[in-house]
Design a protein around this ligand. Structure first.
Ligand code: ADP
Length: 318
């Protein structure tokens, strides 16, 4: 292996830059050349590829987003698109590829591995929805962003005796909502992994109101329903609420120390795997150790969900 490529794909997440930096520096440290592929798989198909030197990744560890830009690319899902990508990789003499992204990006990486270019996946997503890793890069930063927002909304909720619904991202996963709800002291947390009973929830809110508790924070994961839909349903049951949809602020911002360290460790591990010609793997962190699993295992398993944490959040919000 003489030259490796690196790209970011799918939704961006804070810490992707730290991961790119780790890939580039670790590869150069081991005598490899690095090619940066811009705009994800679309850029790969189009040959939007430039060499990256150690200085090119200076001053990015603290920045959100991705200096390589990200994209979604339908063409790459088809055989023709993948063959064009392989042609570009061969033309640029790229022997292996690090793909930083989510589950969809991993599927692309697996397809390229099958077609002869070993690829390694690094989990970059705020959703924490990838099997084989306890944390994904960006989750911690997004969590802190959500908590900051909850704290601020709580101030106005308290001042005006209002109940607030806060809609949190996470696609089909509830980790961001659950962790943020627990850390933000939410009264109610709705996540896709657990069934919910809106009537029971409305009853609890009414009981609280009768006890003199005039405000509450309800966190709803986008994978359950939208904040607006929940607001309408609660109103039908006599509960008035305000809605705050946090949206894309959750994807931005300077990565936390935790995300920077995780990204550095995972980026470096990806390069190690390629140096061992050990492609077709996804990097993860399990029980504080950096590990790697076959893409297939990651696709077959569901991301782990912490039932105990959910139970705790209920116990603490009585
Ligand atoms: P994420 O990586 O965050 O899950 P997406 O699901 O949008 O984001 O995937 C990012 C890109 O990965 C897609 O735009 C597409 O180019 C590629 N991709 C997704 N699924 C597949 C697939 N089944 N086969 C090949 N490429 C895929």
């Amino acid at each position: 292996m003489k030259k490796i490529g690196v790209l970011t794909s799918g939704g961006d997440s804070p810490g992707m830059n730290a991961a790119i930096r780790a890939v580039v520096r670790k590869a150069i440290y081991h005598g490899l050349e690095v090619a940066g592929i811009f705009h994800g798989y679309q850029g790969l198909i189009d040959g939007n590829i430039k060499p990256l030197e150690r200085g090119d990744v200076g001053d990015i560890i603290q920045r959100g987003g991705t200096m390589l830009y990200s994209a979604r690319c339908l063409e790459f899902k088809e055989e023709a698109g993948q063959l064009k990508a392989i042609e570009q990789l061969r033309a640029h003499e790229i022997d292996g590829l690090v793909v930083i992204g989510g589950d969809g990006s991993y599927r692309g990486a697996k397809a390229l591995t099958k077609r002869g270019i070993p690829c390694v996946g690094v989990p970059g997503t705020i959703d924490n929805d990838i099997a084989g890793t306890d944390y994904t890069i960006g989750f911690d930063t997004a969590l802190n962003t959500v908590i900051e927002a909850i704290d601020k909304i709580r101030d106005t909720a308290t001042s005006h005796d209002r109940s607030f619904i806060i809609e949190v991202m996470g696609r089909d996963a509830g980790d961001l909502a659950l962790w943020a709800g627990l850390a933000g002291g939410a009264e109610t947390i709705l996540i896709p992994e657990e069934p919910h009973d809106l009537e029971d929830m409305a009853e609890r809110l009414k009981r609280g109101r009768d006890r003199g508790k005039k405000h509450s924070i309800i966190i709803v994961a986008e994978g359950v329903m939208s904040g607006q839909d929940l607001q309408v349903k609660l109103l039908e049951m006599g509960i008035e609420t305000r809605v705050s949809v946090l949206g894309h602020i959750q994807r931005g911002g300077s990565p936390t120390a935790r995300d920077r360290v995780l990204a550095s460790q995972m980026g470096a591990k990806a390069v190690e795997l390629l140096l061992q010609n050990n492609g077709g793997k996804a990097v993860g962190m399990r029980n504080h150790e950096i590990v790697a699993h076959d893409f297939e295992e990651v696709f077959e398993e569901s991301p782990e969900f912490d039932n105990e944490m959910y139970k705790l959040s209920k116990e603490l919000s009585i």
